[in-house]
Design a protein around this ligand. Structure first.
Ligand code: NAG
Ligand code: NAG
Ligand code: NAG
Length: 687
């Protein structure tokens, strides 16, 4: 029976419950997220958290000054391998991004770490990551440990739309853009974000992107259906942070031209399917301390797929059974032919303006991870080109929108399918420094009998030729140089040996044992048109540049709301990415065989050890990679201007219209009209 007393207690109890928020806030932000995570999982919901809370959790991670400084020391060792690390400090005037003092920046961060100037690991990681991003080279990247627990997502996706492809575009939420046709008076463009004029705010967001071209960076802020091979990237940097990194604000206030406002909140999701941490320290121990310092199992490092162009053939992993064909991408018509993973597709269309035209869509060169690898996409390309010729198509569009690069053999091969009578041109130099000299010395001291010969060839350290392909380097001195290029010590200009790298799995038709499919070009150069959105990175520019030498024209879409030309190849123009693991593997192997065979003197051995990164990194990371090779144009006879610094406008530019945004395939007829029809290009952009 309830007494007066017990009722009072109950009332008091409910009062206590009402006061719970303050009681609960005794719990730290990471613990609150852990609790919400469990509640969401129990309720069968995708766990999502307020972005601000996840940000607080990251800021509660401790910072260890010694460990931080040691990590910077390790980063410096990797940075010796970054091809343009010296030139970035004083880049040629044709470069559109600001100079960066990488060595000075690293020294400064190391000192700040030693002096315990960072409040937490996340603050340190952000400073280091910002330095990497400022180099504007997609091959140079770091995902530090505190970036690995969460991805920040969820505020509205934006699009930039021109009324006709020629007028300067305006910015809408993607949700509103869908109404622009049916009910244009109901929606209004965005004029300001968090009180700042919208374009300058978004140009600020675009600075978090690693493309060297500002228009390519700007495009990446917006939602794009062209990015269908990487669903994470589809939303654009405004709604998916830069790769899910903290976007800098927990709330976005959008102001519209009609005078109204809307507000959207940043959310966080976990990158791994697990989140149980009592505090920032526990999070730090799991995500940041190296394996030897963690008792619990370390998180698997989820590696996002950046632009990649390594001659190394890595994991042929995927288990994708060939019976499960992915659905066709949104906004594209039915393909005449495509592979199961939407990595390549061909279209023979009959719609007005395209009756004469075939379209080969190549959204990526990253194909090594699918079952069957390069051969699968090469076969599709061959079959489609044959079909297009048989169908009497006169013109060919190659749509490289959103192409982040990938496998270099594939880029060479696709070029050879269009120009079977021309050799692929690839001229590169790597930075000449003591660690690479000692490794190359081991390679050249033994030649092909070398125990790690195959590995050295695989990573592009051995079996190299001159760019003309008519001379194979015979000694360390011939290859290494060094040559003074823009004030930096660089190797002799060199190329992969196409005969050596062409294989069944990674065919380059006409090289090695792989016979050419046909001897005459299936299309005249003036009947081929390449489309990009500026994002074209790594092996994508390698391919595009080779096509350009033959007279193929290029059109680019989008970019900042200003008239004038835009570059088509706005991503990294570096010729080879070098992931930290690859460098570690090769260094360890070289040190291993050298010890027994005395290929290096004792002092050289000690020096190589001293110049090599620690076997176990002082801090874990999700990704660490550098750009190993600069690339040079065929027209640059002395190989002195790395393409990363060259300004190359497309032959024509168009802005995206609403149709282009909703149905990417409509860009094909727009491009045909501008390049082969009576249509115009954006004012001042026809070259
Ligand atoms: C103003 O524009 C916004 C954004 O398109 C829209 O949501 C809102 O309904 C409009 N308000 C008025 C009064 O038209
Ligand atoms: C990490 O491991 C090293 C070597 O085992 C040890 O010396 C160091 O004290 C450990 N640090 C932490 C924070 O556990
Ligand atoms: C280039 O290498 C030479 C030795 O071959 C060295 O003396 C010189 O200091 C190096 N220059 C730079 C800029 O690193």
């Amino acid at each position: 029976m309830l007494t007066k007393y017990s009722l009072l207690l109950a009332a008091a109890g409910s009062a206590l419950v009402a006061a719970a928020p303050s009681a609960r806030s005794i719990q730290g932000p990471c613990a609150q997220i852990s609790q919400q995570y469990m509640q969401n999982v129990k309720a069968d919901r995708v766990p999502t958290f307020p972005g601000a809370l996840a940000y607080e959790c990251l800021q509660s991670m401790p910072f260890d000054p010694k460990r931080g400084a040691a990590f910077v020391e390790d980063v410096k060792k990797y940075m010796q391998w970054q091809s343009n690390v010296d030139v970035l400090n004083n880049p040629p005037t044709s470069y559109l991004s600001p100079p960066v003092d990488i060595w000075g920046g690293l020294d400064y961060l190391q000192q700040q770490a030693t002096d315990n100037k960072f409040g937490n690991q996340f603050e340190f990681d952000t400073a280091l990551s910002d330095l990497f991003i400022s180099a504007k080279d997609g091959h140079l990247s770091l995902l530090p440990c505190s970036y690995m627990p969460f991805a920040f997502v969820g505020h509205e996706s934006l699009v930039s739309i021109s009324s006709d492809g020629l007028q300067l575009p305006q910015i809408y939420t993607f949700g509103d853009a869908k109404f622009l046709k049916s009910n244009p008076d109901a929606v209004s463009p965005i004029v300001a974000i968090n009180g700042k004029e919208v374009v300058s705010h978004l140009e600020g967001v675009s600075e978090s992107q690693s493309f060297q071209d500002p228009d390519a960076r700007y495009n990446n802020v917006f939602l794009s259906r062209f990015r269908y091979t990487n669903s994470d990237q589809m939303l654009g940097a405004f709604s998916f942070g830069p790769n899910g990194m903290w976007p800098g604000s927990a709330v976005y206030n959008l102001a519209y031209a009609n005078g109204t406002m809307s507000k959207s909140e940043v959310k966080a999701v976990v990158r791994k399917n697990e989140f149980q941490f009592v505090d920032g320290k526990a999070l730090y121990e799991s995500y940041c301390l190296p394996a030897s310092n963690t008792t619990t199992s370390s998180p698997s490092t989820a590696t996002p797929t950046p632009g990649e162009s390594t001659p190394a053939s890595s994991t042929p992993a995927s288990q994708t059974p060939s019976s499960t064909k992915k659905p066709a991408p949104t906004g594209y018509p039915k393909a005449t032919i495509r592979d199961d993973n939407n990595l390549i597709s061909g279209y023979l269309l009959s719609e007005p303006g395209l009756e004469d035209t075939a379209v080969l869509s190549v959204p990526t060169f990253g194909v090594s991870n699918i079952e069957g690898g390069n051969k699968v996409v090469s076969d599709v390309a061959i079959e489609f080109i044959q079909k297009a010729v048989d169908a009497g198509k006169k013109k060919m569009i190659i749509d490289l929108s959103a192409n982040p690069g990938g496998d270099i053999n594939y880029a060479f091969d696709l070029f050879r399918l269009f120009f079977p009578n021309k050799s692929p041109y690839w001229s590169t130099r790597f930075r000449a420094h003591e660690a690479v000299r000692l490794i190359e010395k081991v390679g050249y001291s033994q030649g092909p009998q070398n125990l790690i010969f195959a590995s050295l060839v695989k990573v592009g350290f051995y079996g190299l030729k001159t760019p003309s392909q008519d001379y194979t380097f015979k000694s360390l001195e011939e290859l290494y140089g060094p040559h003074n290029v823009l004030g930096a010590n660089m190797s002799t200009a060199n190329s992969l040996n196409l005969e050596l790298i062409s294989s069944e799995e990674k065919p380059i038709h006409g090289y090695g044992d792989i016979k050419s499919k046909w001897m005459t070009p299936p299309f005249a150069p003036e009947d081929i048109l390449i489309i990009t959105d500026g994002a074209c990175s790594s092996s994508c520019p390698t391919f595009t540049e080779m096509m350009k030498y033959e007279g193929v024209k290029i059109i680019s879409f989008g970019g900042r709301p200003q008239y004038g030309p835009m570059q088509a190849m706005g991503g990294t123009r570096g010729a080879q990415v070098m992931p930290a693991e690859t460098l570690m593997t090769i260094t360890t192997a070289v040190l291993g065989i050298t010890a027994g065979l005395e290929l290096l003197s004792e002092s050289e051995l000690q020096q190589l050890k001293a110049l090599s990164p620690a076997e176990e990194s002082p801090l874990q990371y999700g990704l660490l990679q550098v750009n190993f090779r600069d690339a040079y144009s065929k027209l640059d006879k002395d190989n002195v201007m790395p393409l990363q610094f060259v300004y190359e406008p497309a032959h024509c530019r168009l802005f995206y219209s609403l149709d282009n945004v909703l149905q990417p395939a409509t860009t094909w007829s727009a491009a045909v009209n501008a390049m082969w029809g009576s249509g115009e290009c954006v004012a001042g952009s026809r070259m």
